[in-house]
Design a protein around this ligand. Structure first.
Ligand SMILES: Cc1cc2nc3c(=O)[nH]c(=O)nc-3n(C[C@H](O)[C@H](O)[C@H](O)COP(=O)(O)O)c2cc1C
Length: 218
């Protein structure tokens, strides 16, 4: 596996990081601590009114403070004492993992540290879906389940519950995006086996859904 760390892409924070975005030019090989999540506090009713799927995205990366709020809303820790999350999970399995496919490579969200862990130093955005808008969009979230966390349940049930759990995360992302004026669409049209291989997932892991996020176009 060629990870960003293996590729030795540099250890220093880049100018783009200092300005609050990630870029392809000088991505660090180190985890990135996300700023404390700060949500706008939009009333739930307004977010529900604004929630929609959008398939056109501006060619602009998401600043780190936006990624922070997005990921915390998606599946961050909302009860620090227990480590419990903003979305429910079947039998408290907490099997969902979130990968971020961006221009500069692939990262994995680590809720415990509220940070991004470098995963792959490749731009795989186009492989996260089958629709034309996916490749150029600044961010594609890939929802992955760790089946090992789901015990001895039959494989078919694991898939059923893992896909359900990912849907709750997707709705959190929809509501965050509605609240923050971002564009998003949850996606089931994914070549899951191919994407799992591209992500070099372990044998117990499988892709459930993807979700594109960005600033609206125009
Ligand atoms: C399980 C699921 C899978 C979906 N897969 C896709 C997809 O692959 N591509 C896409 O463009 N939209 C996808 N969508 C978004 C739906 O098309 C969208 O929610 C629907 O058209 C209603 O539009 P709205 O979200 O704006 O209300 C999916 C939605 C769900 C819930």
């Amino acid at each position: 596996m060629i990870t960003r760390r293996d590729a030795g892409l540099g250890l220093l924070a880049s100018a783009s990081l200092l300005s609050g975005t990630l870029s392809a030019a000088a991505a660090p090989a180190q985890p990135i601590d996300l700023p404390k999540p700060a949500l706008r506090g939009t009333p739930l009713a307004d977010a529900l009114r604004a929630r929609r799927s959008t398939r056109e995205f501006a060619d602009r990366p998401l600043p780190l403070p936006v990624l922070s709020g997005l990921l915390w809303s998606a599946f961050g820790i909302n009860r620090p004492q227990s480590g419990d999350r903003t979305a429910p999970s079947w039998r408290h399995a907490i099997e969902a993992e979130i990968y971020l496919a961006m221009k500069d490579g692939v990262w994995r969200y680590e809720p415990a540290g509220h940070r991004l862990l470098p995963h792959l130093g490749e731009d795989i955005r186009a492989e996260t879906g089958v629709q034309d808008f996916v490749g150029p969009a600044p961010l594609n979230l890939v929802y992955v389940a760790d089946g090992a966390r789901m015990g001895n349940t039959p494989a078919e049930d694991k898939r059923l519950y893992a896909f359900t759990d990912a849907g709750f995360i997707g709705q959190n992302v929809y509501l965050f995006c509605a609240s923050e004026g971002l564009a998003t669409v949850f996606r089931g049209s994914v070549d899951r086996d191919r994407l799992g291989r591209t992500l070099r997932l372990g044998a117990d892991h499988f892709v459930t859904f993807a979700q594109t996020v960005g600033f609206p176009k125009g």
